[in-house]
Design a protein around this ligand. Structure first.
Ligand SMILES: Cc1ncc(COP(=O)(O)O)c(C=O)c1O
Length: 396
């Protein structure tokens, strides 16, 4: 609950603007608490959270199992550093490694960016430096993760970035084949480009990328920070295509809001990192591991099935509206992009927020719907019903 006298959102937002660096612009709400798929702001207004902190709160807010796991771990042991191990950390590594493929090993981080930074360093240990990444990609904001991120406005103020990165057209196998050579350390790709408007790879691309990288002696590095850990109905989405990557990065949904990420390396790539090459004070922290193990327990206990069923239903229901402003719905599971026929995404986001729905627009013509993975069809139906009105009010 809020402190007495601190409930007024405008007061808190004024304090925010005075003290926070302006990295994110001014926030639109101050949230005080949440429960399941709901959020409550500092003035007591209630919202349905269809964004889940950008694909993070997999099990919703204030999840009893995650809270119990975190508090129980914290009451026993909160941190030990990577000079030492904890059983929960090892168990989490075993589970993530099993998901990525035989012979996988794990390096823990606190975020997706750091998972990619670790993977980038692993690629350098191949003795090669050329990286092939994708146009439209997003991999994070540290200098290494930024070097493989395509968006010019994110990159340009910080150049020169770590070099030898070449960008090719997303989803274009011929372009990939033309770019990869015997100097290529790795090909980096997201199964669905989340920040680029929930843009999926064409079917068969990953299998081709696997063939091309194997032939060139290069690593295949799949960024599953947004798509992984159940978000798309699979623990790791690329595995559903029968592909085993050499490097896989995850974060976001793994801790249900507790910061935890991982760089997973498979077989030969798993042996590249040696003592002294990389490190992290907090990575693999026992509390983060407890949160992540609790999330994986729930995903395995039926949440993945819910994601597939509700996600498919939602896409069909939105397309079934046959609204002139809705072009189509893309994505998988509960990572969905509603592609609009006009650049009204930001206005729809504002109209939705005013009406009690939290969504966002990664591109001006795409709405991102990434709710907690526990959401039901019954809980999403009111949003589908409200969508035509939200679109029309945004069109003005
Ligand atoms: C595909 C992908 N990779 C990496 C990141 C960066 O993760 P984080 O913000 O946890 O550092 C993101 C964040 O949006 C992402 O979507």
């Amino acid at each position: 609950m809020s402190e007495p006298g601190a409930r007024d959102q405008n007061t808190i937002l004024g304090r925010y603007d005075a003290v926070m660096m302006n990295a994110f612009g001014s926030p639109k709400r101050v949230f005080s608490h949440g429960e399941g798929i709901h959020l409550v702001d500092a003035d007591g207004n209630r919202y349905v959270d269809l964004l889940a902190g950008i694909a993070v709160n997999s099990l919703g807010h204030n999840h009893a199992g995650v809270t119990a796991a975190i508090t129980s771990q914290l009451s026993r042991l909160g941190h030990v550093s990577n000079f030492f191990a904890t059983e929960g950390q090892v168990r989490l590594a075993e589970r993530l490694a099993a998901a990525a493929g035989e012979g996988a090993r794990v390096f823990f981080t606190n975020s997706g960016t750091e998972a990619n930074e670790a993977a980038f360093k692993v690629t350098r240990l191949t003795g090669r430096t050329h990286i092939v990444a994708m146009e439209g990609s997003f991999h994070g904001r540290t200098m290494g993760a930024l070097a493989v991120t395509h968006t010019p406005k994110y990159r340009e103020p910080f150049e020169p970035l770590p070099g030898h990165v070449e960008f090719v057209r997303f989803g274009d196998v011929d372009a990939l084949r033309g770019a990869v050579n015997d100097k290529t350390a790795a090909v980096l790709v997201e199964p669905i480009q989340g920040e680029n408007g929930i843009l999926p790879l064409p079917a068969g691309y990953l299998a081709e990328a696997r063939r091309i990288t194997r032939d060139a002696g290069a690593l295949l590095w799949v960024d599953e920070v947004q798509t992984g850990i159940g978000r798309c109905g699979e623990l790791l989405l690329h595995r559903a295509d029968g592909v085993t990557a050499d490097l896989v990065t995850v974060a976001k949904g793994l801790g249900n809001g507790f910061p935890v990420g991982a760089c997973i390396a498979v077989r030969d790539a798993a042996m590249l990192l040696q003592p002294g090459n990389h490190g992290s004070t907090f990575g693999g922290n026992p509390v983060a591991a407890a949160a992540a193990n609790a999330v994986l327990d729930e995903l395995e206990a039926g949440v993945l099935d819910n994601v597939r069923q509700v996600g498919d239903w939602f896409a069909a229901a939105v397309e079934g509206l046959r609204h002139p402003l809705i072009d189509h719905v893309r994505g998988r599971g509960l990572l969905r992009g509603i592609v609009l026929g006009a650049d009204i995404g930001p206005a729809v986001v504002d109209a939705a927020l005013a009406a009690g729905w939290v969504i966002n627009a990664p591109r001006s013509n795409v709405l991102r719907i990434a709710p907690p993975l526990i959401i039901t069809q019954g809980e999403l139906q009111p949003f589908v019903d409200a969508l035509p009105q939200l679109l029309e009010s945004a069109r003005g």
